[in-house]
Structures are given as C-alpha cells and as structure tokens.
Design a protein around this ligand. Structure first.
Ligand code: DOR
Length: 442
C-alpha cells in the first residue's frame, strides 16, 4: 500500500519546506518524489503543515487494572485525535509494571487495542534492581522518588544508589521529596481547600528531589530524564547540570506551562496534579527554559480520573488530569500567538522525546523513518468541550477554551487513523499501533 501526500509544508530538518511525501509499507520512502510518481492513494494536503507524529513520553493509560478511568481503546483514539502517534506509558497500573513479564503483558494488550504506537516503562521498587538490570522491550526505568497515584515509591538512599549503579537504561523520575511532602501534609492537615495542595507539594519538595536525582545521576554517570519540571528553581538546577555534562534531559507539561495556583479558584480539583501547579512566574520560567533549550521535551502526564473521583472533597480527590488530545493544539495555539515557532513545537514534542528515549525511526520526517505523520490546520479554531473528548474520563480542564491550530489528519505507520471531516472526528477502528523499537539493546 502506497500513499502520496502532496501539496504540504512539511517540517523537515527544523525547517518548513513546500513538498510532497511518498509513503509505502509504513515508511517514508521519498521526499519530493518526481512529478510523475504514482501511488495507490493520493492525498492533497491543501498547503497545510505536515509534521512528524507527536511522541508523548509520559502518559498514564490505566490498563490493566484501572480501566474505569481510562483504557487503551479510548486513550489511543484520544492520541490519534491529538496528533500523538506514539506514547510511553507509566508503570502505576494494577498490577504495577515492575517485571519483564508484566511489561510483555502490557505490550500484548496494546497490540490488540491501540491505534497508535506504544511503549511501557518498567517501574522501580526498593528491591527489583535485577529486573531493571535485564529489562528489554522498554524505553527505560521509572522511579517514584516521591509517591503519587498508586503505591510505587523508592526513597531510601541505598535503594536509589543500587538502581543508579546497577542498571544501564535511562532513568526518569517523579521528583517530589517524600519527607517534605509528608511533613507539609501534617502541617496543613486542617485545610480542606484544594489550594493547600500546592503548599503540601511545595517548591522545596520539587527542588530537593530533583537535586537528589541529579546528584545520583552525576555520581553514577547515569542518563537521567527529569519528568514534569514545575518550578523555576528546578530549571536552574538543570541548567547548572547541563553546563557541566550531558547526563540530564528534562520535560515540561502543558498544565505546568498554562495553569497556576490562581486557577484553583475556578477549576478546583480539576487542576490538582502531582507535582502541583505553581505560580505564573514558574509558568514563564518553564516556557523560557523550553525556548533556551534547558528543557527539551513537552509531554502531557495524561492522568485521567473519573469526574466523580475528581469531585470528592480535598484532600480525597485524586491528582491528575487528561491532556493527550489537546496538547498539540495548545502548543499550535502558542505558535499562532507568536510565542514560539512550529519548528520549535516539532522539536519539543516529536524530535526530542524520540531522541531522549533512543527510538528508532521516530520523531522526524526523513526517508526511512516510520510514516507517523500529522496534518495540521493552523487556521482552524475549535472550542474545547468535555462532550467532545475521546478520553474515557470524559472531561478536560480546558473545557470552554478556544484554541487555534489543530491536527486534522493523523497517520500511524502509513495508515490514516484520524480525520476531521466537516467538523466531525472520524477514526479508523482497525488496530495499527506497533511496539516502539529502541536503539538500546532489546
Ligand atoms: O498527578 C499525577 N497523577 N501525577 C502523577 O505522577 C501520577 C498521576 C496519576 O497516575 O494519576
């Protein structure tokens, strides 16, 4: 099966180029092919922008075990609609993905259900270093240095030292210091307003844990990726580390870029997340860190809970919000506001995560790369609505927000899985997602 996508402005090698693309057997086989070249199917891109599919390196898709909140059918449809063609999922499912056989179980479920490409991190526990050491078919190791949703936690120094010393896969971590969070929780135990969440999971908690993880990476010369940076202080720590070595990469999430503590008043527990949202000054510092390259990745930390759970009174309401179907549009809207360029968005959401996680043939439009592609309409304005969401939880903190710039067609391994037609979202129900391949030993 071959497809010719003609008349597009494609982001190639960091530049917008007016071109055509020939796809065959799931791969990009030619860029700017000869005029007379034929294909089974010809798509006219109408001069719109074509980008590599988004690689979201931090999602919680809840399968197995928590499928009342989300499952791979709904989540992968939400990805396709949002222009996300590959995801890396976190281990805090039930059971926790902490062994090779549980990673393989997840890969098997996804092969049957996901319409986009998939990968699953292996979770660290205080005593599973030998599993982590021999893990294959996984992008890397996830450590909850501070606890969040679920019961995964490694905060004893000896256990952390063992993991950093004895394993080779890239490590990423949830960095909020457990001791600080527990002390704050006791201090603010009488608070019942959700704004207290940002006092419990405060600046110190984020800073202490991120500094601790960077120190471990430096001591053991281990590649380390800082997940969901939420504070200007952490940006400084990462900037200082990057001035000395190449061990550290970092990531920001849309909710930490666009929400601040002021939003608790209108959105309440819908913006209760771990790490907590911080101030407008932190929003600005994170955006500046993306622009200057201190942070290279944007990922969502898509973490759905049912609306009934989210409406429980604080502190019972769980932390987490869904985002995969709106993250690219949120950033395209920023392009339209003149705050960044489409080439930078492709760098943060496609190229960098594919590079950080050693993915083969992902994140770029290049000959020989997988045909994971997204056509975006930079003129299209849509009001985000709860009732239009594909995520199983059926709500979004961006309900009522109008964004300009949306994915309108998405291809996964050369198959069109999503198309917006006359305002309607259409999905290919057949399964086309593949297990992501990595350059590290698998
Ligand atoms: O707010 C969060 N929710 N942060 C996490 O790290 C986990 C996530 C979840 O799984 O619900």
């Amino acid at each position: 099966m071959s497809t010719l996508i003609r008349n597009v402005n494609a982001v190639i090698d960091g530049q917008l180029v007016e071109t055509s693309l020939l796809i065959a057997d799931g791969k990009i086989v030619d860029i700017a092919p000869a005029q007379q070249v034929g294909a089974d199917e010809v798509v006219d891109g109408g001069g719109k922008i074509l980008i590599p599919g988004v690689v979201d390196d931090q999602v919680h898709f809840r399968e197995p075990g928590l499928t009342a909140k989300e499952d791979l059918t709904h989540a992968s449809r939400a990805c396709a609609k949002g222009g996300v063609t590959s995801f890396l999922e976190m281990p805090n499912t039930i059971p926790n993905a902490i062994t090779q056989s549980l990673i393989d179980d997840k890969l098997a479920i996804a092969a049957k259900k996901s319409i986009v490409n998939f990968g699953f991190y292996i979770g660290a526990t205080p005593n599973n270093a030998s599993e982590l050491k021999h893990a294959v078919r996984t992008p890397g190791i996830k450590i909850f240095i501070g606890s969040s949703t679920g019961n995964l936690l490694v905060d004893e120094q000896a256990a952390l030292e063992t993991i950093f010393a004895e394993t080779t896969l890239t490590i990423c971590a949830h960095c909020e210091d457990e001791t600080t969070v527990r002390a704050n929780a006791a201090k603010y135990a009488d608070r019942t307003d959700v704004a207290a969440h940002s006092l419990v999971r405060d600046y110190e908690a984020a800073k202490i844990a991120t500094a601790r993880a960077i120190a471990l990476a430096e001591k053991h010369q281990h590649r380390f990726h800082v997940l969901h940076v939420s504070t200007a202080d952490e940006v400084e720590l990462i900037r200082a580390a990057k001035a000395k070595h190449d061990l550290i990469t970092a990531e920001a999430c849309p909710h930490h870029l666009f929400f601040s503590v002021e939003d608790y008043e209108t959105l309440g527990s819908l913006v209760k997340m771990n790490p907590s949202i911080k101030s407008k000054a932190d929003n600005k510092a994170l955006f500046a860190a993306l622009l200057d390259g201190t942070i290279e990745v944007i990922a969502t930390d898509h973490a759905p809970h049912t609306i009934e759970e989210k409406q429980l009174p604080y502190p019972k309401c769980p932390s987490g919000l869904p985002a995969v179907e709106n993250s690219l549009a949120l950033m395209l809207n920023e392009v339209n506001q003149g705050r960044c360029s489409i080439e930078q968005v492709v760098g943060w959401m496609c190229e960098a995560p594919a590079r950080v996680w050693d993915m083969k043939h992902k994140g770029e439009i290049a000959v020989g790369y997988d045909a994971d592609l997204v056509l975006v309409d930079m003129e299209l304005k849509i009001e985000v609505k709860n009732e239009d969401q594909q995520t199983k939880c059926g709500w979004t903190p961006w309900h009522g927000t109008t964004l300009q710039g949306w994915p309108v067609r998405t291809w996964v391994m050369g198959h069109e899985v999503f198309r917006k037609q006359e305002g309607k979202d259409q999905f290919e129900q057949n399964v086309f997602g593949r297990a992501i391949q990595y350059a590290h030993p698998t």
